[in-house]
Write a protein that binds this ligand. Structure first.
Ligand code: CP
Length: 315
């Protein structure tokens, strides 16, 4: 794997291989010696132009557990605030010998630009670009679903026959986009449920069913309900109903939680707006995988870094 920019680039075999390597990484994390020497001598740069808690810390933990050196770069407090371009920032990292760059950027396509520009020879991992994609989030979500459903028999398997309902602010969600491509590649059926104003027009071209009624979607008995964060910071142009109205119509509140089958998996990528898209009872219920998703994120990012940096990067 040369770069990890989009889950659209992953075929079924490649995605399952990455999830299987993540299983191996998770196994090592259960043992007493957590640190592997695999990436000793490699340098991973976390290049974050947008805020993050989970993704940045998770990539840092993953790289360190593989013995790589980690440099954390935040646009706030850097020369970016003096007007330095992405090109000059990338060439500075190249001069410092970066082997991999984990980039989060508000502009959709920034990781692709970095990967194809020739400014830097490092492997590029997309940690979330605008409203475009967040591939490692989708991979950790798929890993979490597979683990809950298949347990120790997960290796080698996809998500065939499972139904996943993704609910909320699809319009601004890079998590939704990456999950649509990955989960369907792995054999799941995906339904999107959202207010009409928060459904992108191009969903007509996606391999999904779109609905607007969450109660109807819950009655259908999905295996997985994935709630999305309302991204108020990106809502310049979309109509947004008031928060009480949104929670009533599209939130996973206590009433809807009680109507789900007890085996339903309740997911949220975080950060959560508790009381808006998800109630505290739903977020903290035994059906919720919110904290498992965070734990699994480290193993999945270890796998991604390993596949990028330890093998033949031309493949
Ligand atoms: N899920 C996710 O990307 O969280 P952060 O924004 O905290 O990284």
């Amino acid at each position: 794997m040369r770069h990890l920019l989009s889950t659209r680039d992953l075929g079924r075999e490649g995605a399952i291989r990455l999830l299987d390597v993540a299983e191996d990484m998770a196994d090592t994390q259960q043992r007493e010696v957590k640190k592997l020497p695999t990436l000793r001598g490699k340098t991973v740069v976390n290049l974050f132009f947008e805020d993050s808690t989970r993704t940045r810390i998770s990539f840092e933990a993953a790289a360190k557990r593989l013995s790589a050196d980690v440099i954390n770069f935040s646009a706030k407090g850097s020369s970016v605030s003096k007007g330095e371009s992405l090109k000059d920032t990338a060439q500075t990292l190249q001069a410092m010998g970066a082997d991999a760059v984990v980039i989060r950027h508000p502009a959709s396509g920034a990781p692709q630009t970095l990967a194809t520009s020739g400014w830097i020879d490092a492997g590029i991992l997309n940690a979330g670009d605008g409203t475009h994609e967040h591939p490692t989030q989708a991979l950790l979500d798929a890993f979490t679903i597979r683990k809950r459903v298949h347990g120790d028999a997960s290796r080698g398997r996809g998500l065939d026959g499972l139904s996943v309902t993704i609910v909320g602010d699809i319009l601004h969600s890079r998590v939704a986009r990456s999950n649509v491509w990955l989960l369907t590649t792995l054999g799941a059926t995906v339904t999107l449920v959202a207010p009409p104003t928060l459904v992108p027009v191009d969903t007509r071209l996606w391999p999904v069913t779109v609905g607007y009624d969450l109660d109807e979607a819950i009655t259908a008995g999905p295996d997985v309900v994935m709630m999305l964060r309302i991204q108020a910071e990106r809502m310049h142009d979309a109509f947004f109903p008031n928060t009480r109205e949104y929670a009533r119509r599209w939130g996973l509140g206590d009433g809807r939680l009680a109507r789900l089958e007890p085996t339903t998996i309740v997911m949220h990528p975080g950060p959560m707006n508790r009381g808006l898209e998800i109630s505290a009872a739903a977020a903290d219920s035994p059906m919720s995988t919110v904290r498992e998703q965070v734990t699994n994120g480290v193993s999945v990012r270890m796998a991604a870094l390993y596949l990028l940096l330890s093998g033949d990067r031309e493949n």
